[in-house]
Design a protein around this ligand. Structure first.
Ligand code: HEC
Length: 245
């Protein structure tokens, strides 16, 4: 028993350390996304179609799924579809994924469920922390995803930035400092760019979880139904045991 207690205590003591070690890297910003904000979802869908679809498909999302965020079929056709598909088809990139792999070294992944694997905060941080780096093939690097194979797709909006990483040794541990500076301005201000990325991440989260909005009420109904079943089960049990006792 003592041994077990000692193991549990050590595990508890180590737990915060392990979390720290596995987290590491760039500190993530919190994504201010709101899946019920349809205007934001529509703006995110537009940004996605204009700036991301060139390389990243969404095989689990159909164009007509976009009607669920308040867009009409005409809007989907006129302003979001550029590749001549039908609205019932999945959102695919125009070229062969093999070519993409040859160009970038890595195939751009499908982004249908990216918000589930990476999380909204990571995406929000990633899309705002690209910087110029002459040492990479694309000329771009990223603070949240070091040596990423993707160029900064939104650089005309954000502008070009540089990043200096300084490691300071204090006591036993090193502290990393990130210093951002502007090389050229983009067409958006920093606040506007943050809003663009917020909407885009909102859309990515929505696509990963398209029925999230309608799932919650269903969950409540299910719990309610289970409650009723429980009451009947209890009454039935009483009924059965009445004669036994
Ligand atoms: C020019 C092609 C290109 C464009 C345009 C592009 N990407 Fe990428 N993207 C890539 C490639 C290539 C990778 C793989 C990078 C790697 O693994 O090193 C990638 C990776 C990513 C990842 C990380 C996936 C992972 O491994 O977890 C995310 C998220 C992402 N892209 C989002 C976007 C978004 C959002 C846009 C639109 C604003 C966009 N990309 C536009 C080529 C592109």
């Amino acid at each position: 028993m003592k041994n077990i207690l000692a193991i549990v205590r050590t595990a508890l003591l180590l737990a915060p350390l392990l979390a720290f070690a596995s987290e590491g890297g760039y500190r993530l910003d919190r994504a201010p996304n709101d899946p019920r904000d349809l205007v934001s979802l529509q703006s995110g869908a537009r940004t996605y179609m204009n700036y991301c679809l060139g390389c990243h498909g969404m095989q689990y999302m159909r164009y007509d799924g976009l009607k669920e965020i308040g867009l009409t079929e005409a809007q989907v056709k006129d302003s979001l579809m550029f590749t001549g598909e039908k609205v019932g088809e999945p959102i695919r990139i125009a070229f062969n994924p093999k070519d993409a792999k040859a160009w970038f070294g890595v195939a751009p992944p499908d982004l249908s469920v990216i918000a589930r694997s990476r999380g909204a905060d990571w995406l929000y941080t990633y899309l705002r922390t690209f910087y110029r780096d002459p040492k990479t093939v694309t000329g771009w690097n990223n603070a949240a995803f070091p040596n990423v194979g993707m160029p900064h797709a939104l650089w005309t909006l954000q502008g070009q930035r540089a990043l200096e990483v300084e490691e300071k040794k204090e006591g036993g541990h090193t502290q990393v400092e990130y210093k951002w500076s502007e090389i050229t301005k983009g067409t958006q201000t920093a606040a506007e760019y943050d809003a663009t990325v917020r909407d885009l991440v909102n859309f990515l989260v929505y696509v990963s979880e398209p029925h999230g909005n309608s799932r919650r009420p269903i969950g409540i109904v299910v719990l309610f139904a289970l409650g009723i079943v429980f009451v009947f089960a209890l009454l039935l049990k009483k009924e059965y045991w009445k004669d036994v006792k």
